[in-house]
Write a protein of this length. Structure first.
Lengths: 292, 806
């Protein structure tokens, strides 16, 4: 499935900010067996004084931009064409959950895909007794790792209410879980915490999701948003699978990946720093346009 | 065999000195014979008059107090300071023994560098099975942004500290490696200074190796690491978390000692991939940072996003190879306690040799065999978090010792090990050696007794290999318990003497290998330091002004006996307009200003004489104490007199002793500007036509110009004489024109004061006002003109901030 992805972001500051520096992770990259990027373009307005593109530890594209002169507003626009090839998973040949610890121990690597990075608590996602108990309760004895991942994801989808107003970007996962509501970021952090609690390495995925307009209505421009879902390790043979707890499905070819990390903090679309007083406001518009 | 016993061992002060069996002692060998290296010192010490011993110790303590050495503990009051716990008797080691220690640690330092290079490079230790991946991947000190980044200069580690102890068999072992931001080098210096006051005799002092050699080499190593740009040298500096950090005193001390700028995150910015210091001359390139800040805090963009004390982009400067960190970001991972379990094997793999000096025996409980061993030997173990980076004796409630939980909460150690295995580590509950410490008790007023100790050793990378500080500092634990646990509570610190059989040449006079005497130009002033000095100047002046006004009020109150007097009412209203409640004999607003001055000073302690700092601290303390006793009227007037003398004491120190460089200029600009503004405000109120009789005298008195007025005019005050003296007189240091002239001189000396041979924006804002006041007569000094002066000064202050202080 081929897509054109567009992202527009505007940041404005109450008072002109001196020496603004931003770090962005919005550019999709080639991922073997998952997606291929045929073109990608990221532009800023006003043009930054400095720009550096690099690849971070997890393999994500990272763009650092600096403005030397004071400015009151920053705009950015991303346009990318991506060919997504990943499909819904087939037959479940993953290892029994009980064998996962031994398989993890055999993975002698510190590479970004090694499961070890995603088992311990990270800044925003980690097991809590409550979430671990929740995950344990939905697992059947002898369950396979992939079935366990799916069961936890589906149970969370049933249990949690999507509520765009209830949480913000800094709401802790434990709090969103206690109140059983939140947005894709909360759903993902909660699922990651649950999976880690039962010994399944779990990662955070940031990206875009194609949305479908209601039947008979046109696609609304700019109505989409950036999305987040979960990547979990189902054993040496099966490797990583991706599940979206917000939409109760494995991440297939409706999804476009931007980055992987242990949680949101490893892949925030934009992290910024400025000197000067005053708050900042942002506006975001996302379009995921199918080309096929 | 009969051991020889000399009278020395029988001395009453040593009578109670009984090392425990099975514990090595520094003073006596296993046969009860005093070690030769101690003998010269002990002979001198025991010959002292018993009454003299406490006096000498007090001299050392007094030095530490005078030097402002303190130890900060994290408490509710972030500024709580505790007296430095000096154990007055040094630890003495022979240079040959020290050389053996250093040889062992030199190998260890190379090993740590190799481990670091692997963990942030190819990762072979993990892929070859020498390290469990989870110990690294789950470690918050292993910083992913550093993976694949080549450190500037080619090395990750430059300054290391090792905590070592001596086993019962007399050999040394390592309790912990300090790689993140090793602290204590400055305290070693202070301990040495204090011990020098206690034992000033030339013998054995002449035989003690000097510490200065190490610091000279350190400074040079930092400068080499900083390197050069096309235009000139890049700077090396120290990065501190700031005054709320428990090590801040040491940071200021060592910055002064080494002559390096002490910077906070706000002082830096990253531009075109280069780390720069914001200075009053604009950004200046920085090549090396000795960071005293844990790596995670250094850059909120790429490291811990919650950090409030870092500099956005610093990681980028590191990645591009433009900035060296001492030590490299991510070096904290080497402090992980569980790593100790694997280092003996890793040493063989990476260097082909076993560890020359063993580390504390450690078992990572992630392995079944190790877990079983720890369970079976729990009685002789400290069991705690595998990922902990503190030293073994800094144990917390979650640690089990000798088969007992510290918190006493959990059920069984066996269950705990089984359920949390990989998160735990067992370490041998080691026995340390004992060393003489003074205990001030008993009939003789005190005696020497054996207390457990560890020694902190500092190693520095130089072009010629690892160099070690010949000295260090020892931690001294509680008497009677030689396990590492004794170090935890109420420990003290002692100087470490490395002695030679021959006199050691004095270090500070040793010629520098790079060509002798060199006058170093102090680095350009960081903008934030300039800002603090400027505001220190303003606050101190604001305090002095308030004190004079308050005194003027209470003097008159004492004379009239009632506040219902027109002049008193005018003074009270004027004070109130400035936030001062005159019903309080020592008003809160005055205390707040004193505290503000002290807060500014505390942020620039590295640029400031110790005496100046102590004077300011004393001033604030005295004022706070006065609140309890001062009463309105004569008593308050006298209290203000005391404060006035103390504040002028501070000003005198600054005026007489502070080097006339940029920092002093900003302090002086702040004072002059504040004083001129306060004068204008005072004159608006007290030369007003409607002002009651005696107001002019108040103005002259508050401006401290009573005598001058009498001598110059020989008449009673009138509006013209007062305005002439306090506004237009170029020779009265309390006149506006005089202050504007001072400002002109100060501002002209600042960088970029002139642009293309013409006065810059700041001077152009000042000169017209100055010219005007030079030519007019007193009649022309109207309230409007005074208001104009104030608004011009306000604009001037703004311009100074814009140009230099951001």
């Amino acid at each position: 499935m081929r897509y054109e992805v567009k992202l527009k972001l505007t940041y404005s500051y109450d008072a002109p900010t001196d020496h603004a520096r931003n770090l962005l992770r919005v550019l999709p990259s080639d991922i073997l067996g998952v997606q291929r990027v045929t073109s990608r373009l990221l532009n800023f307005d006003p043009p930054p004084s400095e720009r550096r593109d690099a690849v971070d530890f997890f393999g994500n594209a990272m763009t650092s931009v600096v403005w030397h002169e004071p400015l009151a507003e920053i705009g950015l626009e991303l346009v990318a064409q991506v060919d997504r090839t990943s499909a819904q998973p087939g037959l479940d040949l993953s290892s029994p959950l009980g064998e996962l610890p031994a398989e993890i121990a055999q993975m002698r690597s510190l590479g970004p895909d090694a499961p070890h990075h995603y088992l311990a608590a990270s800044r925003r996602a980690g097991p809590t007794p409550e979430m671990t108990a929740f995950a344990q309760a939905v697992l059947q004895p002898g369950v396979t790792a992939r079935a366990a991942i799916e069961a936890v994801g589906r149970a969370l989808h049933r249990e949690m209410k999507f509520d765009a107003e209830a949480t913000d970007v800094d709401t802790p996962a434990a709090e969103a879980f206690a109140n059983r509501h939140g947005v894709c970021q909360d759903f993902s952090h909660i699922m990651i915490s649950c999976l880690r609690g039962v010994g399944i390495p779990a990662a955070y995925v940031s990206g875009f999701l194609r949305t479908y307009p209601p039947p008979g209505q046109p696609r609304l421009e700019g109505a989409d948003a950036m999305h987040a879902w979960v990547r979990a390790w189902a054993g040496a043979e099966t490797g990583w699978v991706e599940f979206d707890p917000t939409n109760d499905q494995f991440a297939g070819d409706d999804y476009i990946t931007v980055g992987y990390g242990r949680d949101y903090d490893d892949v925030p679309p934009l992290r910024g720093a400025m000197r000067g007083a005053g708050g900042q406001e942002s506006a975001q518009a996302v379009d995921v346009i199918p080309l096929d | 065999m009969q051991s020889p016993v000399s009278p020395l061992e029988q001395h009453p002060l040593l009578a109670g000195y009984a090392p425990s069996p099975g514990v090595a002692d520094e003073l006596f060998d296993g046969n009860g014979v005093m070690r030769p290296v101690w003998r010269p010192f002990v002979e001198k010490f025991l010959r002292l008059d018993p009454a003299e011993i406490p006096q000498r110790f007090e001299r050392g303590d007094q030095y530490l107090r005078d030097a402002g050495v303190y130890y900060r503990q994290y408490t509710n009051d972030v500024l709580a300071e505790r007296e430095w716990p000096l154990s007055h008797i040094p630890v003495i080691l022979h240079e040959n023994e020290w050389a053996g220690i250093c040889a062992g640690l030199s190998q260890r330092a190379d090993l740590l560098e190799a481990v670091m290079a692997d963990l942030y490079g190819p990762g072979r230790l993990v892929s070859d099975g020498h390290l469990p991946p989870e110990l690294i991947a789950g470690n918050r000190h292993w910083l992913r942004p550093m993976v694949g980044v080549a450190p500037r200069g080619g090395h990750y580690l430059h300054l290391l500290a090792f905590e070592i102890g001596r086993s019962p068999d007399g050999s040394w072992f390592v309790l912990g490696d300090r790689t993140q931001a090793p602290s204590g080098a400055g305290f070693a210096l202070e301990n040495r200074m204090a011990t020098g006051r206690i034992f000033p005799e030339s013998f054995p002092r002449d035989h003690i190796h000097k510490l200065a050699v190490f610091f000279n080499e350190f400074r040079r190593a930092l400068e080499n690491l900083a390197g050069r740009t096309m235009e000139g040298a890049r700077r090396a500096a120290i990065l501190t978390p700031g005054p709320a950090n428990d090590g801040y005193y040491e940071h200021t001390y060592i910055a002064r000692y080494l002559g390096l700028s002490l910077l906070e995150g706000e002082d830096l910015l990253v531009q075109n991939g280069e780390a720069m210091v914001r200075t009053i001359e604009g950004p200046q390139p920085l090549g090396a940072l000795w960071r005293r800040m844990d790596a995670g805090f250094v850059d909120p963009l790429e490291l811990d996003p919650a950090s409030q004390i870092g500099t956005p982009g610093l990681m980028e400067a590191v990645r591009l190879g433009n900035l060296a960190m001492v030590n490299a970001l991510g070096a904290g991972v080497l402090e992980t306690r569980a790593l100790m379990a694997f280092l003996p094997q890793i040493s063989k793999v990476l260097t082909g040799a076993p560890l020359a000096m063993p580390n504390i025996a450690t078992w990572w409980c992630g392995g079944a065999a190790e877990r079983a061993h720890v369970r079976a030997n729990a009685e002789q173990m400290m069991i705690g978090p595998a990922m902990a980076v503190n030293l073994p004796f800094d144990i917390d409630a979650a640690t089990a010792l000798g088969g007992q939980f510290r918190s006493g909460a959990q059920a069984s150690i066996s269950d705990w090990l089984e359920s949390e295995g990989g998160a735990l580590v067992g370490q041998e509950a080691v026995t340390l050696s004992t060393t003489p410490a003074w205990r001030a008790d008993g009939e003789a007023g005190g005696s020497v007794r054996p207390c457990p100790m560890t020694v902190r050793v500092f190693a520095l990378r130089t072009a010629q290999g690892w160099r070690f500080m010949k000295g260090g500092y020892a931690r001294i634990g509680q008497e009677g318990d030689a396990t590492a646990l004794a170090m935890q509570r109420g420990g003290a610190v002692a100087d470490v003497w490395i002695v030679s059989d021959k006199p050691v040449p004095p270090a500070s006079l040793a010629p520098r290998p790079d060509g002798g005497f060199r006058r170093t130009i102090p680095g350009t002033l960081p903008a934030r330091a300039a800002d603090n000095l400027y505001w220190l100047g303003r606050y101190v002046e604001r305090c002095e002004d308030a004190i004079r006004l308050i005194r003027a009020y209470h003097l008159r109150l004492a004379a009239t006996g009632t506040p219902e007097d027109e002049r008193l009412e005018r003074l009270a209203a004027f004070l109130e307009a400035n936030g001062v409640d005159i019903d309080q004999p020592v008003p809160d607003a005055l205390l707040a200003r004193l505290d503000a001055a002290r807060a500014c000073a505390s942020k620039v302690r590295d640029r400031f004489s110790t005496d100046g700092w102590l004077a300011l601290k004393d001033l604030a303390k005295t004022a706070h104490q006065m609140t309890a006793t001062a009463r309105s009227g004569d008593d308050a007037a006298r209290a203000m007199g005391v404060l006035l003398r103390k504040i002028t004491g501070f000003s005198g120190l600054v005026h007489e002793n502070m080097y006339r460089f940029e920092g002093w200029r900003f302090l002086s600009v702040g004072r002059a500007l504040e004083r001129a503004d306060a004068l204008a405000a005072l004159l608006i109120k007290f030369t007003d036509e409607a002002a009651p009789e005696g107001s002019l005298d108040i103005a002259v008195e508050v401006a401290d110009s009573v005598i001058t007025h009498q001598r110059r005019y020989r008449v009673q005050t009138n509006r013209d004489t007062v305005l002439d003296l306090l506004v237009l007189d170029a020779d009265n240091p309390r006149a506006v024109l005089f202050l504007l002239n001072s400002l002109k001189h100060l501002l002209e000396a600042l960088p970029r004061a002139e642009v293309a041979g013409r006065p810059g924006e700041i001077l152009r804002a000042l000169l017209p006002l100055r010219t005007k006041l030079s030519v007019i007569d007193p009649e022309a000094v109207t309230p409007e003109l005074l208001r104009e002066i104030r608004s011009d000064l306000y604009a001037l202050s703004d311009l100074i901030s814009q140009h230099y202080l951001r």
